[in-house]
Design a protein around this ligand. Sequence first.
Ligand SMILES: *[C@@H]1O[C@H](CO)[C@@H](O)[C@H](O)[C@H]1NC(C)=O
Ligand SMILES: *[C@@H]1O[C@H](CO)[C@@H](O)[C@H](O)[C@H]1NC(C)=O
Length: 239
Amino acid sequence: MTAKKTKPRAVENKQPADLLTLWASRVVIGLLFVTVCWWLDTIKERWYVFNPTELHELAQAAIASASSPNDTAGMIRHIVTNLTLTHPSNKIKLNVDSSEWVFNNAGGAMGAMYIIHASITEYLIIFGTPLGTEGHTGLHTADDYFNILVGEQWAFRPGALEMERYTPGTVHFLPRGTAKQYKMHEGCFALEYARGWIPLMLPFGLADIFTSTLDPITLYHTVRVTGREMIRNILIGKI
Ligand SMILES: *[C@@H]1O[C@H](CO)[C@@H](O)[C@H](O)[C@H]1NC(C)=O
Ligand SMILES: *[C@@H]1O[C@H](CO)[C@@H](O)[C@H](O)[C@H]1NC(C)=O
């Protein structure tokens, strides 16, 4: 949620009138901002182009069409070809350059991603690593559908004493506002679809660069590709 939390404390009677006006206008602007955010949040569905069920079917079809269970490249080709055919480029912009991978460090986990689509309300990426990784999913302002293509993802939330296990063809759904510990025990690649407020997810996606990896090349390419794709979509009215 984007709700602004700061609320001015009660203004004391002794304070000058102009200070009262100042705080009154701040409160009004604050309330207006919260109202606009709330309103945008109730109508965000109108900007969604992808459908989680269709993407799940597409992920399963990609696995079925691959030459072997570890043919990640073939699966990605299948997915991108299908999306290009089923989604007209005047409705949504896709990045068909599947050689455009960047590292992603977030929540202590490390992998690489290929951004197929990024806009204000949706993103679709291939994320994974052939090595395995483990970390915090992040607490997000978007619903997240993690369609496993190759390998396994394990997950756990406090209170659960056994792990959840996601295998190729299954989808790990993480509703917005929830977080888990996850692990790709060995190599794993997934088609990850997120819908909600994507820009608010970016701080989590970039924080490890500033606090841990200090990798300006990855920062540059992450910002370059994400920004480019978001702008390409805004220019055709895809929010
Ligand atoms: C795209 O994939 C879906 C799900 O597998 C399938 O139903 C559809 O026919 C495919 N479309 C094209 C044009 O390949
Ligand atoms: C996929 O698995 C097969 C058989 O297990 C193996 O021969 C091949 O090298 C693997 N390919 C990749 C890309 O890992």
